[in-house]
Design a protein around this ligand. Structure first.
Ligand SMILES: C[S@@+](CC[C@H](N)C(=O)[O-])C[C@H]1O[C@@H](n2cnc3c(N)ncnc32)[C@H](O)[C@@H]1O
Length: 248
């Protein structure tokens, strides 16, 4: 059975992410934000999913707002919600998002930028962030590198067993178009011994560092720093993901 992205997958997302150590990612993002001037205030997490990237900020921020378009992901996010954390369902690339609000840090963690397959949507997202960011604030996001699309996410299916299920991810990267399509099969064991298969299609676009810089500049960001994710080194040719900190 086919379902839209982050519906079937939402059921197993947190267990699927466990190996990736989301707490380590959160510590890294916080350290980078501090390096770029974060001392507290309001935090916005765009494409927050089940809140793995949102909740860790509750301890250091005044308030945290997570925004996502997937009702299934948000339903899980709201189950464990610290007092100063809120979640909202919206399209983060829609013009006028959260008009009138201001944040010290805006995050878009774990492929969120690559999910904007249309250039104009990513530009709109960046413009939203620029408008929502305090003058001394920073925008922190990650992006998948072309090396990862070509060498890691192309062709070979990845099987990840889970308690009571299995996730199979098979991706194809079309280099000329810069588009990646992943077919995610979620197999869920039923209590009666049956097995249900749910299939989602995930579409992403590769954005080169040069293109990201151009789009950020067009959205009004003046400064942009690139790191190989989970380090403070510039990304080398074999980096699988880069982290960007953009500032007004
Ligand atoms: C890989 S998940 C990342 C979730 C979370 N940030 C984390 O680190 O675990 C990507 C999320 O981005 C959301 N997303 C992608 N494009 C979006 C859009 N235009 N508007 C709102 N949410 C979006 C998806 O629904 C999904 O929950």
């Amino acid at each position: 059975m086919n379902s839209p992205p982050y519906t079937a997958f939402a059921r197993v997302y947190d267990r699927w992410c466990a190996d990736l150590d989301p707490a380590r990612w959160a510590r890294y993002n916080l350290a980078l934000a501090r390096r770029h001037g974060f001392t507290g205030g309001r935090v916005l997490d765009l494409g927050c999913g089940t809140g793995l990237s949102t909740r860790p900020w509750a301890r250091v921020a005044e308030t945290v707002l997570g925004v996502d378009r997937s009702a299934e992901m948000l339903r899980r996010a709201r189950r464990r919600r610290p007092r100063n954390v809120r979640f909202l369902q919206a399209d983060i690339a829609a013009p006028g998002l959260l008009r009138g609000e201001t944040f010290q840090v805006v995050l878009a963690n774990f492929d969120v930028v690559n999910y904007q397959t249309r250039l104009r949507n990513l530009l709109c997202l960046f413009r939203n962030v620029r408008r929502l960011l305090a003058p001394v604030g920073c925008f922190l996001f990650d992006a998948v590198t072309e090396h990862a699309y070509r060498r890691v996410l192309h062709g070979v299916p990845v099987f990840q067993p889970l308690p009571a299920g299995l996730v199979i991810l098979e991706g194809r990267y079309r280099e000329r178009a810069g588009l990646w399509r992943g077919e995610m099969t979620v197999l869920l064991d039923g209590r009666d011994g049956s097995c249900r298969a749910l299939v989602e299609r995930h579409d992403q676009r590769y954005y080169s560092p040069a293109r990201l810089r151009r789009l950020l500049r067009a959205a009004g960001f003046a400064r942009c720093h690139l790191y190989a994710t989970l380090t403070i080194r510039p990304p080398g040719p074999r980096a699988e993901r880069l982290t960007v900190v953009a500032r007004p």
